[in-house]
Design a protein around this ligand. Structure first.
Ligand code: MOS
Length: 920
């Protein structure tokens, strides 16, 4: 629709100047944009990466941006701190809130005593379930777009019920943050405690089945007859796998700044992956009108799925702002972040029935995952197994262990990062049993159709991934003999795995405003969680409009913008690109109308399908000499801007399956004396359709690989079963990979043209990078370097070198099957490591362990061990802290053993904490 100067467009003024003046600080991002409007604004409003005037670009041929390695248009804003996160927006009279969290896992609040806290100067209000303003009383209001179908979403400060440890139970609002925090520490709570269960193993047998075929996330329907096929197979391989609870730990803390706009209106700056999802949630929970709530999230310091659901800090901050009729900010502490969701722990069993020739007869995948008592969260955990490899028989079982924990949630490649891990370990172990090269086994079972649905793929170049990754890695030089490859003191292991993820698209809208000076703004309510959405939106718009990318500005993360789903599921690139494509096609039509009206127009007879936009012109597809400059067409038409907004809905194409795939090859080096493991090389080759931006795409995959290393070696949330509480709830104790843990990572994108999936052939890359990475690592450890399953105790001995070191058996250890046999195991025994020496004192170290040294110079570890030996483990200086005892070694060992046994027999997995000392 062309809007003319003499006839103002209806609705708000979104001419270029209006856009820049109103929204720049709120996340309009572009490279260039040093036009006149720009000059009128103070510097920080624009995030210019380059500062060329638009005209300079209009005179030359404009390259195609799609597919190029375009730098992030928000890069400068991010590194200079101009990009603001939710807790960085300010408002006059801003009050600060702090949470009081429960210290029990289950029960009810008997009494809350806020009298001490009330006395603190600067405290404005203390909200509890007893005095809070009204909130919705039905589950429906709390069901956001990504909430589990079944269950009652958590309602913060709703009533006296405690459903998980660290549940928010009171909110202190004060003039400043320090006062709020201090006053929060003075709130006293009396509880009526009930017994809780937070151990997945204890609920394993009572876990509730997810009915097969009951939805997209439910286990697929079985095919064939797994029982008889498995029984008749020449080779059978069965194994159990475990994945612990893991947490997202994004850099940015969850936070909401609620700006009280007066008259009951609010603007909420929230850390979220979906502003419209939060908008609708806030409106429903507080019975507010849609136009009275605006949710903004222009930048996000990582989400990884934790920001898909509206989290309790946003409900609480809005609650406080409404109670005080004042602007309020609530920032969760890092510890409190652990209650907003986690990757569910998962017990899995895979049964593979195979023939000696390396073909599969049957696949069975049985999984138990964790959710809360109040909601049933689950994803498609098991279906990947039957989908990927050719097998006539397949069967799935998925059950939910409902624990007294917060509801689990999506975390990068939810279900595949865990389910494919088990499948790939099993395939690898099968390869060993069959004496077939693991890559060869994957090729013998390769499928060109989705084995679950039987549908052919719109595209699948997993073969290309295998070929290119194997060549880049040098797989043909592998010696399959266990323990055959060494590098000095280190054993060398090579492994590989397959990755698979979805290629989804969601209905999404975009608005494009083109101004007569040849600049354009593209807007959509999506988030950019760090994946590069700003940049690809600019790239696609630039190509579609035939304009230099410097002339494009991007606006997102605002609930008032055109419709977007949450940014997740790796669907945003394909979805928003389709929206931009559709919108720009409509704009092209409008432009052609103007171009045809230009005197002596070379396009007078052209139809919309005959033209395209390129190099700043409306050009005939058949004859590029016939063209009209965009700016001329608009000036002649006396139009200062054109605007279009279109919704793109993916067509329901039920004839094809859509997935992304990858092949990962990994080298690990293991110091047998110290038990230190290094992932020295990773090659990840990805088939993800058309790659929109070679640079951001590579970063996405690298990030996935780093996280895969974290999953395999470092990450694990430990639960103190006694208190039902996450123990290592900070980044010091929850280990994520650091630079020293990550060595050579190579990312390859294989060609995968796909004309069926969408016009641009985009599949999305947000999650495929992590899938499979953790599997390769584990396999090497087990089948190659440790013929027998090592126990943590062995590991401890090995790790401790010649120290006399005892690690007592734990309940986990007594289980027939174990998870990652890696330094992360030492995570477990670091809480119970006894280092004893002759007649010296025993030292039980809760913190220091060899796990700590992973990622640090190995020589340093060696020196450390030798030093300990020399010092004969003198009693620690800080012994005597709370709960600390020093005991003779033999007595210490005896008491701990007794404690472990008792705990185990009682069905608990943690020692009672007989003694905890010190600081080696
Ligand atoms: Mo992703 S776990 O869908 O943010």
């Amino acid at each position: 629709m062309a809007s003319r100067k003499d006839k103002p467009a209806t609705g708000p003024d979104i001419s270029r100047r209006g856009v820049i003046a109103g929204a720049a600080a709120l996340g309009t991002v572009g490279y260039g944009m040093r036009g006149e409007a720009q000059e009128q604004r103070p510097r920080p409003e624009r995030h210019a990466a380059t500062e060329l005037p638009p005209e300079a670009h209009m005179r030359r041929q404009i390259p195609s941006y799609i597919g190029s390695a375009t730098s992030r248009i928000d890069g400068r804003a991010k590194v200079t701190g101009e990009a603001k996160y939710a807790a960085e927006f300010n408002a006059p009279g801003l009050a600060h809130a702090a949470l009081v969290s429960s210290t029990i896992a289950k029960g009810r609040i008997k009494h809350i005593d806020t009298s001490e806290a009330q006395k603190v100067e600067g405290v404005l209000e203390i909200l509890t379930h007893e005095n809070r303003p009204p909130m919705a009383g039905d589950d429906k209001a709390y069901k956001d777009a990504t909430a589990p179908d079944e269950g009652s979403p958590f309602r913060p400060l709703y009533d006296d019920k405690i459903m998980f440890n660290q549940q928010p139970i009171a909110l202190v609002v004060a003039e400043d943050w320090e006062t709020a925090q201090f006053a929060a520490s003075l709130v006293r709570i009396d509880y009526e405690e009930e017994p809780h269960v937070t151990d997945i193993y204890r609920e394993r047998d009572t876990a509730v089945a997810v009915p097969s075929g009951s939805g997209a996330m439910a286990p697929p329907k079985p095919r064939g007859s797994v029982e008889s096929a498995f029984a008749a197979s020449e080779v059978r391989h069965s194994a159990d796998y475990f994945v612990p609870v893991e947490h997202h730990n994004p850099m940015e803390l969850f936070a909401s700044t609620v700006v009280w706009d007066g008259g009951g209106k609010i603007t909420v700056y929230d850390k979220t992956q979906g502003v419209q999802n939060v908008h609708d949630y806030v409106c429903n929970v507080f019975d507010m009108k849609a136009e009275d709530v605006r949710v903004m999230s222009p930048f996000m310091g990582g989400g990884f799925g934790s920001g898909l659901r509206p989290q309790h800090q946003v409900a609480l901050a809005v609650l406080a702002a409404r109670a005080l009729e004042r602007s309020v900010r609530l920032v969760l502490t890092r510890q409190q972040m652990y209650t907003v969701g986690y990757r569910p722990a998962m017990i899995q069993r895979i049964d593979l029935g195979a023939n000696n020739d390396g073909t599969l007869e049957s696949i069975a995948h049985d999984a138990v995952t964790v959710t809360s008592k109040y909601e049933k969260f689950y994803r498609q955990e098991t279906g990947w197994s039957g989908l990927l490899y050719k097998s006539p028989n397949a069967k799935y079982v998925h059950r939910l262990a409902q624990l007294d924990l917060p509801t689990s949630c999506d975390m990068r490649a939810p279900s595949a990062a865990t389910g494919v891990y088990a499948l790939e370990c099993a395939m690898d172990e099968l390869a060993v049993a069959l004496k077939i090269d693991p890559l060869d086994l994957r090729l013998r079972t390769y499928s060109d159709v989705d084995q679950n649905s039987g549908l052919p793929y719109s595209s699948k170049n997993l073969r290309g991934c295998y070929d290119e990754a194997a060549a880049a890695f040098g797989w043909s030089n592998r010696n399959p003999e266990p323990r055959s490859m060494r590098d000095g003191k280190e054993l060398v292991g090579w492994g590989m795995a397959t990755g698979v993820w979805e290629a989804l698209q969601m209905p999404t809208a975009a608005r494009v405003v083109l101004t007569a000076d040849g600049n354009a703004e593209v807007a959509c309510a999506t988030a950019d969680i760090g994946t590069g959405t700003y940049t690809i939106m600019a790239q696609v718009t630039a190509d579609m409009l035939g304009l230099p990318i410097q002339n494009i500005s991007v606006k997102l993360g605002d609930s008032t913008l055109p419709k977007s789903p949450v940014e997740g599921g790796s669907w945003m690139a394909a979805s928003v690109s389709a929206a931009i494509g559709t919108t720009c096609a409509a704009l092209t039509k409008d432009l052609l109308e103007l171009a045809r009206a230009v005197p002596n127009s070379p396009l007078a007879d052209a139809k919309p399908e005959d033209v395209r936009l390129a190099d700043g012109r409306i050009v005939s597809k058949d004859d590029s000499s016939r063209s009209v400059p965009i700016t001329d067409a608009m000036r002649h038409g006396n139009v200062d801007h054109l605007q279009q907004e279109q919704l793109a809905t993916p067509s329901k194409n039920e004839k094809y399956a859509h997935n992304t795939h990858s092949a990962i090859f990994v080298e690990v080096k293991i110091d047998e004396e110290l038990g230190v493991i290094r992932v020295t090389r990773v090659v990840n080759a990805v088939a993800g359709g058309r790659i929109l931006n070679a640079k951001t795409a590579r970063s996405q995959i690298m990030g996935g690989v780093v996280w895969g290393i974290g999953m395999a070696l470092h990450e694990q949330t430990l639960i103190d079963e006694k208190f039902g509480r996450f123990m290592n709830h900070d980044i010091a104790e929850y280990h994520v990979p650091v630079n020293a843990d990550v060595h050579d990572v190579q990312v390859i994108f294989v060609d995968e043209p796909d004309e069926i999936i969408n016009p641009l052939g985009i599949k999305g890359l947000g999650e495929i990078g992590i899938v499979g990475v953790q599997a390769v690592y584990r396999q090497r450890r087990l089948s190659r370097h440790r013929p027998a399953h090592p126990r943590p105790a062995d590991h401890a001995r090995q790790g401790a070198g010649d120290l006399s070191c005892a690690c007592l058996p734990s309940a986990e250890e007594l289980r027939p099957s174990r998870q990652f046999h890696t330094p992360r195991d030492s995570d477990r025994f670091e809480k119970r490591l006894i280092v004893a020496h002759d007649d010296q004192r025993a030292i039980v170290s809760p913190q220091a362990s060899f796990h700590r040294f992973n990622g640090i110079d190995i020589e340093m570890v060696r020196r450390f061990v030798e030093d300990q030996e020399r010092r004969r483990l003198q009693p620690a200086e800080n012994a005597g802290e709370t709960g600390t005892q020093q005991l003779p070694a033999a007595e210490a060992r005896r008491r701990l053993q007794r404690s472990f046994r008792a705990e185990h027999e009682a069905g608990q997995r943690r020692p009672a904490g007989v003694f905890v000392t010190v600081g080696i």
